[in-house]
Write a protein that binds this ligand. Structure first.
Ligand SMILES: C[S@@+](CC[C@H](N)C(=O)[O-])C[C@H]1O[C@@H](n2cnc3c(N)ncnc32)[C@H](O)[C@@H]1O
Length: 458
């Protein structure tokens, strides 16, 4: 009999599913247990049952797995981040690699590819170059930190997040101290849809670069008179190189809105990646782990093997951080990105590095590839590089990218399950998965980045 909601079971966790949940079997019925590690024996209560699996809440670890290590972070009990920090780093790497391979095999039906061992960090802490904190109030006291595990409302005061540098944590402290001193209140959108929201402070985004920039970006419900005083205090306390305010007047609980309005410094950061100097607008995408981004880009460039006599494509190019080093080895790079602002930054970055052989285009990959394919007499490029968002490439976009007829297709992915789905489609479009290189961009979490090389058959 499959278990029913409410049942309490004793389970032995065999492995980890993609997404980080422990996987156990109760008489051949699969049970997912969040927070459990492979090798644990746990007591867990079934919360939901589907046709072929159930989800259970961890009640007690009866016998901990030998793979478990003590959580190094002081906020581990309450904070919702770093769910893998109680797994030794070697075990994390082993499971990430396994998840990439299993996704490709089970979801994509892809086999017989070469596998490079997952690239990990020597020191897998304090690697993030961007942190997003939330404001809340606890009994009338302003709090700034990360969301409490399992809650979208409560915030834990993460005074020392071990994924952020001491300088970024210092920026968080400087902001909350200054906001308290100036009597500023957290935004509260109220419980009901029709309740009028109150308060001001919504989110704080802190970004840091290896070139020494530290940007403090405050997301608020409205512009406010204390902006200059706040910026002055924060810059003095933590050495921020820029301070900006963005207004999020919507009910959406996200760091978005109208801005940035610069109160101090410039509206971009400077970063250096793969031998290229980049101006990064405050709101533009940049890989969140600079050290491992070097590994990721080096792998993508090695797989791309650009040919100086042939063209290349860089799809989903962001601010051109991979297009520009790719251009150093190619005749011409055709780079596509949907965000106009990112393309403006990419063009400026090309000028800054005196790289003239990239054609940056703003627009949807699907639409712009249709135009490229309609152009008369264009020779097939040597390589297509694609680095889409987590959801992967839309079918039409993938079909059109394959129709460019490049010999090599380098797919950079932050989600092995969508890589597997797109990989299967690429196989049906005439590409063979030749080599896979997982890269650990996100230690202490279940996330993994992968570079996959597909080769055109025939
Ligand atoms: C994972 S990021 C990669 C950016 C860049 N390759 C890098 O390494 O920094 C994905 C990028 O795809 C862009 N994007 C999302 N959907 C798109 C679409 N339909 N067409 C073109 N670009 C898109 C996003 O704005 C984002 O910059």
């Amino acid at each position: 009999m499959p278990p029913r909601p409410g049942d309490i079971l004793e389970l032995r966790i065999d492995t980890l599913a993609y997404g980080g949940q422990g996987v156990a079997r109760d008489h051949d019925f699969v049970v997912f247990v969040r927070g459990a590690a492979p090798g644990d024996v746990v007591r867990a209560q079934i919360t939901r049952r589907r046709q072929r699996h159930a989800e259970a809440r961890l009640l007690e670890i009866i016998a901990p797995s030998p793979a478990r290590v003590p959580a190094p972070c002081a906020h581990a009990e309450t904070c919702g981040g770093c769910e893998w920090q109680t797994l030794g780093y070697a075990t994390q790497l082993e499971f990430k690699q396994r998840q990439v391979v299993e996704s490709l095999e089970h979801i994509g039906g892809l086999r017989d590819f070469a596998l490079e061992p997952i690239a990990g960090m020597d020191d897998p802490w304090r690697y993030r170059n961007k942190m997003e904190f939330s404001f809340a109030e606890d009994d009338g006291r302003l709090v700034l930190g990360l969301h409490r595990r399992g809650s979208w409302r409560d915030v834990v005061e993460t005074s020392d997040c071990l994924l952020a540098s001491a300088r970024m944590n210092g920026a968080r402290q400087a902001v909350v101290d200054a906001c308290r001193a100036l009597g500023l209140r957290a935004y509260d959108r109220g419980a009901g849809r029709h309740e009028t929201p109150r308060g001001l402070l919504r989110h704080l985004v802190v970004r840091e670069t290896t070139c020494g920039d530290l940007a403090v970006h405050l997301f608020v419900a409205t512009r406010f008179p204390e902006e200059a005083a706040l910026a002055e205090r924060v810059v003095a306390a933590c050495g921020a190189t820029a301070f900006a305010v963005t207004v999020n007047a919507s009910r959406a609980d996200a760091a978005v809105g109208d801005g940035p309005h610069m109160i101090a410094g410039e509206p971009y950061l400077t970063e250096r990646l793969a031998g290229v100097e980049l101006a990064v607008p405050f709101t533009a995408f940049l890989q969140t782990n600079a050290a491992m981004c070097e590994v990721l880009y080096a792998t993508a460039l090695r797989f791309a093997a650009a040919d100086p006599r042939r063209d290349a494509y860089d799809l989903y190019c962001g601010i051109g951080s991979l297009s520009l080093p790719l251009a150093r080895g190619a005749a011409q790079v055709h780079a596509i990105e949907i965000q106009e602002q990112a393309i403006a930054a990419a063009r400026a970055n090309a000028r800054r590095n005196a790289i003239a052989n990239v054609d940056f285009r703003a627009g949807d990959v699907r639409r712009l590839l249709k135009e490229a394919l309609a152009a008369p007499d264009s020779a097939p490029p040597a390589v297509v590089v694609a680095d889409p968002p987590r959801a992967g490439m839309a079918r039409k976009a993938l079909q059109r990218a394959a129709a460019l007829h490049a010999e090599r297709f380098v797919y950079v992915s932050c989600n092995p399950t969508t890589l597997a789905g797109n990989g299967a489609e690429l196989r049906d479009l005439g590409y063979r998965l030749a080599c896979v290189a997982p890269v650990d961009m996100f230690p202490q979490t279940h996330h993994v980045e992968t570079v996959a090389l597909f080769l055109r058959e025939e």
